[in-house]
Design a binder for this molecule. Structure first.
Ligand SMILES: [Ca+2]
Ligand SMILES: [Ca+2]
Ligand SMILES: [Ca+2]
Ligand SMILES: [Ca+2]
Length: 219
């Protein structure tokens, strides 16, 4: 399951010690007051892999004289909802929003995590509403078409089947090639028909000549 980091950054100061001389301790406690995590003695702390729930993040700072000070902040961990459709109208019994007739809720339940109309199992870019198809599986979508207000880092593939011929040239050349091929075929057929006619005419002409000779003998 995809998760996002929670980054805590502290600013500390002391009237005697420099910030580097202070000892920091990050402590995360759950809603029952149980300590679930502790962080390093650094000004930045990245929290990951925390189950859903309410927590308190506390920072304890101790100076070189052993004097300690602390500050804390509450935070809540919820399931990731990439497209933000886990709203009040999203029914959490079937994870469907009847007001927009779409699947909704956190990614783990939402069948279309980017709300582009293509379900996750059919969407090569399930978290990008601007694309869904990638025929040659090279990471670049066949088409990029963003809904209003949505942007993307994706670039449209200029060669959807990866055969080395750009899509634009490929479409024209295929049609032209087909027309030339058809024209050539018609010419060949025309020549064959003309050749057959000539043969027939020649045979008919030869027949007439023989008949004339035959008739002269009879006379
Ligand atoms: Ca969602
Ligand atoms: Ca989708
Ligand atoms: Ca998509
Ligand atoms: Ca592609």
């Amino acid at each position: 399951m995809e998760t996002t980091y929670l980054t805590a950054i502290a600013q500390v100061s002391d009237d005697y010690d420099s910030a580097e001389q202070l000892t920091l301790l990050w402590i995360v406690t759950d809603s029952s007051g149980n300590e679930v995590l502790t962080g390093p003695s650094e000004l930045q702390y990245n929290l990951t892999d925390i189950p859903q729930g309410l927590y308190v993040l506390e920072l304890q700072v101790t100076d070189s004289f052993g004097k300690m000070s602390s500050a804390s902040v509450d935070f809540e961990v919820t399931a990731l909802d990439s497209d933000g459709d886990w709203t009040a109208t999203c029914d959490d019994t079937d994870w469907f929003d009847n007001t927009i007739s779409r699947s909704c809720g956190p990614d783990v339940y939402d069948k279309d995590d980017d709300n582009d109309g293509f379900t996750d199992i059919k969407d090569k870019f399930p978290l990008d509403a601007c694309a869904y198809l990638d025929s040659d599986d090279d990471g670049m979508p066949d088409t990029v078409n963003c809904p209003d207000g949505i942007t993307t880092w994706l670039f449209e593939d200029q060669d959807d089947d990866n055969d080395g011929i750009p899509d634009t040239s490929e479409g024209v050349s295929t049609k032209e090639g087909s027309m030339i091929s058809n024209t050539g075929l018609l010419l060949v057929i025309g020549l064959i028909i003309l050749a057959i006619m000539l043969v027939v005419r020649s045979r008919r002409g030869g027949g007439d000549t023989e008949m004339k000779v035959f008739d002269e003998r009879l006379l």
